[in-house]
Design a protein around this ligand. Sequence first.
Ligand code: GLP
Length: 250
Amino acid sequence: MASFRELIGGLDEAHSLPLYQQLQRGLRQAIENKALRAEDALPPERELAEEFSVSRITVRKALDGLVAEGLLTRRQGSGTFVLGRVEKNFSKLTSFTEDMLARGRAPSSVWLRKSEGTVTPEESLTMGLSPGTPVYRFSRLRFADEAPMALEYCTVPAFCLPSIEAVGSSLYVALEEAGYRPARALQRLRAVLFTSEQAQLLGAREKDAGLLVERRGFSRDGRAVEFSQSYYRGDTYDFVAELSDTETRA
Ligand code: GLP
């Protein structure tokens, strides 16, 4: 097999994406395009660190992220391995930031609200959390380049983040760093008509058509780590799904 450096290419210190995310993205792509296959073993962290001239902490963070995404697994005493077919689907569980970057658009957000509280009865049922569980709530208006794309409300159990301030421009980056990036999610799409308040924030008109996407995200050990409601502008956002039967035939 080619060296990992040849496989992924070098990392770029000057790039706006941190080194660990560049490494994570490179490894993710290698798994997606099957340059790395199920059950392939990764070299020890020390070797990867030498190969890419980065610290072991950087390598560890990149691998932790891929473990959380369900693409890699660590086996006690024997190392880190690429996971097999079922988990590969999880790589599609992307964030708004990643979706926009993948389309060549620049993501940004305006914070509407960050607050701490306890689960509402509805969240408690939806997320399977006991009444009284502490949560953080994040409300954001999300942009692609200069265009408002979505109004997003997320609830995250407080145990998933070191503090409410841990969330900067991306919730999933903060969850990934804390080891709680969703590895599996259930998603529901529904057509809605914008209220006047929503329309105003999104630069649309009242009763314009929008799309409500609700996501319940779970960590690898099955705990609910996110409940989000995203209202997308119907005229600026297309949902595209790639369907394939290769998982069952492979
Ligand atoms: C998408 C998902 C949300 C998720 C968000 C995280 O919009 N539908 O469920 O919370 O991405 O995005 P980011 O990491 O950019 O904050």
